[in-house]
Design a protein around this ligand. Structure first.
Ligand code: GDP
Length: 144
């Protein structure tokens, strides 16, 4: 089933000038870009986005990190996109991520781990709508 997932190039990715390299990995893995923008979150908007983590001990650190600079939310489409994208980014902790994954290649820590990827269809829908209106989602007419 063709699915959509939400990726975010996190503030560490933008600061380290890795936007191009990370998007290249998405393209190499045949994800189609459906929508993309550069935004700067603040503690309120980051808190809304990460509301599922509000009881975690790292919640306030995460909000502070995610609002520390611009980030790049991207909607990606592919067959089985949610699970496939999680494979491409690797485990949350880069020390535990498989070789060749984005987090293994570029991430510094469990918190500053370069990229976000939705973990389930319900969260993907919420996350996509959090950043993009219907009008901003481009129809993928790729026939491949
Ligand atoms: P993900 O789905 O792989 O992104 O991981 P989670 O949903 O568990 O956590 C969301 C984000 O919170 C992660 O991507 C990290 O940026 C951050 N995070 C997760 N675990 C920790 C932790 O133990 N400490 C800190 N400081 N941040 C964490």
């Amino acid at each position: 089933m063709v699915q959509r997932t939400l990726a975010i190039l996190k503030p560490d990715c933008v600061r380290k000038n890795l936007i191009g390299k990370v998007i290249k990995k998405f393209e190499d893995e045949n994800f189609k870009i459906i929508a993309m923008k550069l935004v700067k979150l603040n503690s309120k908007t980051a808190g809304e986005f990460y509301a599922v983590h509000k009881d975690k001990p790292f919640y306030y650190d995460l909000l502070s990190f995610m609002s520390s600079g611009p980030c790049v939310p991207i909607v990606l489409e592919k067959e089985n996109a949610i699970e496939e994208f999680r494979k491409v980014i690797g485990a949350t902790d880069p020390a535990k991520a498989d070789d060749g994954t984005i987090r293994k290649l570029y991430a510094d820590s469990k918190e500053q781990n370069i990229v976000h990827g939705s973990d389930a269809p319900e969260t993907a829908n919420y996350e996509i709508q959090y950043f993009f209106s219907m009008k901003e989602l481009v129809e993928n007419d790729d026939k491949n």
